[in-house]
Design a protein around this ligand. Structure first.
Ligand code: PMP
Length: 388
């Protein structure tokens, strides 16, 4: 399509044509029989995509921040202790939200680009009786991937519920919610789930719901209260319409289509594809001589965060855009102007990575940076061929 740019930011991402077509259908009644079927199926598919057969899915109009807010509002009572594993800006946000509902928050932080070691998290868990361990799966401000399985195991050992922010991860990074023992796994529609912005998505474990049921004080957020949503979600799944607040009808139709694609690809294949294209992107960036924010051992598979090389700054993004690819600038306040971000999730494939690395090369060349033209594309291609 002439003039069309390839969107490779860490959300929103490029969406599949039939997902967009589902959005564009005539809006129906939220209690119409065909919509009840679609919503019910989408809820069943959520459970499968989150790999949490015993979990309770919630699909609510809002963004990822609302999903975080919902988890905190329903599980925090004033004075509860919460431990936040902080790998960037979204850890700060999680801490702020938990505090807003009255939690006493302790944080374990790593320097920018690192992730706290499980031993540090364990040492902190020994410091108080924590009700919650809040973890960011991939922090979009640093591109750091946290070992969710290790964190959930620690939470269990110390009697805490594990909340995992999967906004830049769910359906891209490997996560086996039930097997790993994650109590709330939450995300937003616009990232690896592959649906335009507007849905807050979460799956709560039976233990999370039990903790909510045992609350002594009311949930301090009317819209987010599980009490309002649980009968609606249970109802639609049993193919009974209900109403608490109007669902985002068209987005739910799109969600159903996208979850169908994810399940048709298969989660293991999807996790593998994300690892493969991420490795290719990172190899391409390495070959251009650019350093990356996330330490390689903890680097995400859904995004890459390269530093600009010496003498190049954020204005290079404009030249990359002219070469056809939309990338994102920095977000983390400590390094904001020194790096940029590439998202590669959803249905992104080999061609998208090659086009992106090629556009980065064009931008760098236009900025006067000296490198072997084609070296990044060749390295990315090499990695893709190696990983065939
Ligand atoms: N957590 C993470 C890890 C994110 O990347 C984002 C969005 N970039 C959010 C939470 C907040 O999501 P939203 O912007 O949809 O509210």
């Amino acid at each position: 399509m002439k003039g069309r740019k390839l969107l490779m930011i860490p959300g929103p991402i490029e969406f599949e044509p039939d997902v967009l077509q589902a959005m564009g259908q005539a809006t129906t009644s939220h209690v119409a029989a065909d919509f009840v079927e679609v919503f019910g199926r989408a809820l069943e598919r959520m459970r499968q995509v989150f790999l949490c057969p015993s979990g309770q899915p919630f699909v609510v109009a809002g963004s990822g921040t609302l999903a975080m807010d919902m988890a905190a509002a329903n599980l925090v009572e004033p004075g509860d202790h919460a431990l936040v594993v902080n790998t960037g800006c979204f850890g700060d946000r999680f801490a702020a939200i938990l505090e807003r509902y009255g939690a006493e928050v302790t944080q374990v932080r790593a320097p920018v680009g690192g992730a706290p070691a499980p031993e540090e998290v364990e040492a902190a868990l020994k410091g108080a009786q924590f009700k919650l361990l809040a973890v960011t799966h991939v922090d979009t401000s640093t591109g750091v991937l946290t070992d969710a399985q290790a964190m959930a195991a620690l939470a269990r050992r110390y009697g805490a519920l594990c909340l995992l922010d999967g906004v830049c991860a769910t359906a891209g990074e490997e996560c086996r919610q039930e097997e790993w023992g994650i109590d709330v796994y939450l995300t937003a529609s616009q990232k690896a789930i592959g649906v335009p912005p507007g849905l807050a998505l979460l799956v709560a474990s039976p233990a999370a719901l039990e903790a909510w049921r045992k609350r002594k004080s009311p949930v301090q957020n009317y819209y987010a209260d599980f009490a309002n949503w649980l009968p609606i979600m249970e109802g639609y799944e049993a193919r009974r319409a209900g109403y608490f607040a109007t669902p985002a009808v068209n987005l739910v139709c799109a969600l159903d289509v996208s979850l169908g694609h994810i399940l048709a690809e298969g989660l293991d294949a999807r996790f593998r594809r994300h690892r493969r294209i991420s490795a290719a992107c990172k190899a391409g960036i390495d070959a251009l001589g650019l350093a990356q924010v996330a330490q390689r051992a903890v680097a995400a598979n859904t995004m890459t965060a390269p530093y600009y090389p010496e003498g190049v700054g954020p204005e290079v993004l404009k030249a990359i855009l002219e070469a056809g690819v939309i990338l994102a600038g920095g977000l983390h306040p400590e390094i904001k102007a020194r790096y940029f971000r590439i998202g590669h999730m959803g249905s992104a494939g080999d061609g998208d990575i090659l086009a992106t690395v090629a556009a980065v090369e064009r931008g760098l060349a236009a900025a006067g940076y000296a490198f072997n033209h084609g070296a990044g594309v060749a390295a990315a291609q090499e990695e893709l061929l190696r990983a065939e």
